[in-house]
Design a protein around this ligand. Structure first.
Ligand SMILES: [Zn+2]
Ligand SMILES: [Zn+2]
Length: 825
């Protein structure tokens, strides 16, 4: 019998698939289209099995959908610009480009060995000129529409990466990439105006029924819409007012002070001469505090009175203006109206600095004594101390008070978002140069399309210094103005790598197009992506940016759709010894090692069998060993009969006994189950468990049947269909079996099998016997048996008859094919 030696069959079939170009996708086809996309990797090292999980999931989908008759687009590429590659290159003392392409080659070989069915003709890398030319084109289009602009602002600065970060790249005050505490810097930077799309990005989340709820919630919270009012507070003695945004205009009668963020330029304007010196000391102290911690509820509130008062516009009272450490400049207007009775942070602050606390909303259940308040009252209630609004509910008061403010010209209805514009400039080398020049005569000029790409020079000192490396390259920097031809200077910053990845899914459709980023007709056919697969860590970065860019391109008329990804699947991680795999922890499992030991089919099947794919899972050496044994047993069962069934047809199958009936039923049950598991939410682990069960039935049949009694047509059907449903998971093995069955087609091009409804029918059922409500036994009966027959068999059952003997049968209730209840006295 032929032995299972993965190394002998896997390379062979990979070569055949490549030679026959079976995974090359025709641009158009009669078949319905299916765009199956995995998030592309940073080529900053080699892949471990945790990375591979994503690609294996994507491959199951691609292979399954092909068999279901779809024209499947399943491409692969590399997010090849950016810090990971640049930092690794610096560490290894080679040029980022050399490093990147070396890694790309390694990753490509790793992926090919796993047998992932990519259309390699469409491979892209975002760091190549023919790609980043179009990233620059995107920038120019954004600039022309007023969606790219430059401004000086306080920005997040990572002292370790030596570059600015977008808000989305700061997690709990730390750099998303390296974990270093982020500091603030005032710099002039380029932004994309994502805030213009805040409302649509929020509302259209509803369209995304195929997205996980947690990702949608994260985006919703990140966009952070709140409705309320903008209110102007006049400053006493100065000809100016301070604008605040509040979601609680119902508390305005309770405003007893104002608080301003330390970073706000208002601080300098408002402080009185005699307090300037002390202010400086205070600001210095705050600047040393972590600005994410200092705004937390628990943090110690610190403030400084600016010597100045504002006027509460509804009470006319003078209220002190403080600079306070718990106010962030980036949110709202950087100033707040403080209502100590109804906001805990304001309450803590007022207690500390002896500021009056005025109750304006009372608790209807238990009236509040303001003298005895120990914390703020933030719930709804009844308006008190609020002029004309006393006595109504605070909920009702919100709208009425906004009307009142609008009437009196004090304030107006307003909506605010937490979302800030996307900061896209980076002071690093390995990225697409921002295609802008500065001319003394013409000012800022975008590089016209015909002059793109602005090439990234290769021999540049790229070690991080905090300055853009390109600014040290005179040859790059000095240029001529595209408008007037006069001398001009190039922008030296490069683009955030998230700009590269915000549109890459479009490029796969026309990866080699030279005069356009993509063909609208083609992307309108292929997009939106039908299934997108990747990590949840991209919820508010890549996934939000891609939605934004798609909407921009839609509005510019380049694409018909306005959401890029119809269905999103976020896979869980693979842990080893309780930790995320990392070189520093020394717990990395290499797919290459596993393939060498067990073969790619075992690796693929094990990765999917470990746990539901959306869940995190712990790598187990015993686990992969177990899956390998399963595939071997399956192989052995098949090859023990393969020679006998090679020239047998499965057209006519006669089932001679229960064993044969059971086996065929199990086969068709398995086809049904595995199909439903794949379709119904990626339940690959239970699908594989189904294959294992089917193989157990196969073994059972072989063990209980003499060789001469084997039902060959049945076995032919079994092995053929088994190979088909196995093929997405263990494609090499399935291809080998298919070939050895005498087929001259490739299994990857075959149709997914349908189950036979008839074969599922059972002919025997188990009926439970109860006597006076207690279970006393069970019997197997023909599925079509009538009540009389069932009763007769039941009464003959010794266990049952012993309970009935000598007793009077009062009643018998029969629930067909389920239950026989006998009542005796
Ligand atoms: Zn960093
Ligand atoms: Zn000019």
């Amino acid at each position: 019998m032929k032995e299972y030696i993965p190394s002998q069959i896997e390379k062979k079939w990979q070569k055949v698939w490549e030679e026959k170009k079976v995974f090359e996708t025709p641009q158009y086809s009669e078949k319905p289209k299916f765009y199956d996309l995995v998030m592309f990797p940073y080529p900053s090292g080699t892949l471990h099995v945790g990375h591979v999980k994503n690609y294996v999931i994507g491959d199951i989908v691609a292979r399954y959908k092909r068999m279901k008759g779809y024209n499947v687009l399943h491409p692969f590429g590399y997010d090849a610009f950016g810090l990971p590659a640049e930092n690794a290159a610096i560490k290894n003392k080679i040029h980022p480009e050399v490093w990147t392409f070396k890694n790309i080659e390694t990753i490509r070989n790793q992926i090919k060995k796993i047998g992932i069915s990519y259309d390699w003709k469409r491979e892209i890398a975002t760091c190549t000129e023919d790609y980043y030319k179009w990233t620059q084109w995107l920038f120019v289009k954004m600039y022309e529409k007023g969606l790219a602009y430059k401004k000086k602002a306080a920005v997040n600065w990572c002292p370790s990466c030596q570059t600015v970060l977008a808000n989305e790249q700061v997690v709990d005050g730390k750099c998303e990439r390296c974990g270093t505490e982020v500091t603030l810097k005032h710099l002039e930077q380029w932004y994309f105006k994502i805030t213009d799309y805040a409302e649509r990005l929020l509302n259209d989340l509803e369209k995304l029924e195929g997205w996980p709820e947690n990702v949608k919630t994260m985006q919703k919270n990140w966009i952070g819409k709140s409705t309320g009012a903008e209110i102007d507070f006049k400053v006493d003695g100065l000809d100016m007012s301070i604008r605040v945004f509040t979601t609680r205009p119902d508390t305005i009668w309770g405003v007893t002070f104002m608080a301003i963020a330390p970073e706000s330029p208002l601080v300098e304007t408002l402080v009185t001469e005699d307090r300037k010196k002390e202010l400086e000391e205070f600001l210095k102290k705050v600047s040393l505090e972590d600005r994410f911690k200092r705004t937390s509820l628990e943090a110690e509130k610190e403030g400084f009175f600016l010597g100045r008062y504002a006027i509460n516009p509804v009470t006319g009272e003078k209220i002190p203006i403080y600079v306070a450490n718990y106010i962030l400049y980036e949110y709202g207007t950087g100033a707040i109206m403080a209502v100590p009775a109804h906001d805990q942070r304001d309450f803590d602050f007022a207690k500390k600095y002896n500021i009056p606390i005025r109750l304006v909303i009372d608790n209807p259940e238990s009236p509040i004594d303001v003298e005895k308040m120990e914390k703020s009252y933030e719930d709804e209630g009844i308006m008190v101390n609020s002029g004309p609004f006393n006595g109504i509910s605070s909920k009702e008061a919100i709208e009425k008070i906004i009307d009142y403010l609008e009437e009196k010209n004090i304030g107006k209805r307003s909506v605010q978002y937490k979302l800030r514009d996307w900061l896209i400039s980076r002071q690093r080398y390995w990225g697409a140069p921002i295609p802008v020049v500065y001319c003394e005569k013409c000012g800022t000029v975008a590089v016209p399309e015909e002059q793109l790409p602005v090439k990234l020079p290769k021999d540049v000192e790229f070690l991080p210094t905090g300055q853009s490396p390109l600014s040290l390259d005179k040859q790059f920097l000095n240029t001529t103005c595209p408008k007037c031809g006069g001398p001009a200077r190039r922008e030296a910053d490069t683009m955030d790598t998230f700009v590269d990845s915000s549109w890459y899914y479009l490029r796969y459709v026309n990866p080699n197009l030279e005069d356009k980023p993509f063909e609208s007709k083609d992307v309108n056919y292929w997009l939106p992506v039908d299934q997108y697969i990747g990590g949840v860590e991209h919820a508010v970065l890549h996934l939000l940016y891609s939605r934004f860019i798609t909407k921009v391109l839609h509005d510019m008329g380049y694409v018909h759709f306005d959401e890029p990804f119809t269905n999103l699947f976020t896979q869980g991680m693979i842990y080893k010894d309780g930790w995320k795999m990392s070189k520093s922890k020394g717990n990395v499992v290499s797919p290459d090692d596993m393939i060498e030991k067990y073969g790619a089919d075992t690796l693929r099947t094990y990765i999917l069998f470990m746990a539901p794919p959306e869940k995190d899972a712990e790598w187990s050496d015993a686990g992969i060993e177990g899956v390998h044994r399963f595939l071997k047993r399956l192989w052995n069962n098949i090859y023990s009969v393969l020679e006998k069934i090679k020239n047998v047809s499965a057209e006519k199958i006669e089932l001679k006994n229960k064993l044969e009936k059971d086996l065929r039923r199990k086969l068709h049950q398995s086809i049904k189950k595995i199909t439903e598991d794949i379709e119904g939410g990626f339940k690959f682990n239970t699908a594989i468990a189904g294959l294992m069960e089917l193989n157990n039935s196969f073994s059972d049949y072989l063990n209980k049947t003499e060789e001469k009694d084997l039902n060959l047509p049945l076995l032919r059907e079994l092995v053929e269909k088994l190979a088909l449903i196995l093929s997405p998971f263990a494609p090499h093995m399935a291809e080998e079996i298919w070939h050895d069955l005498g087929n001259d087609t490739l299994i990857v091009n075959e149709e997914w099998p349908k189950y036979d409804e008839k074969a599922l029918e059972v002919d025997e059922v188990t009926v439970i016997i109860q006597i006076n409500g207690k279970v006393r036994g069970k019997i197997n009966v023909d599925v079509n048996a009538d009540e009389e027959t069932v009763k007769k068999i039941a009464f003959e059952e010794p266990k049952v008859s012993s309970y009935i003997e000598g007793k009077e049968i009062v009643k018998v209730i029969y629930v067909k094919n389920k239950l026989l209840n006998i009542v005796v006295k």
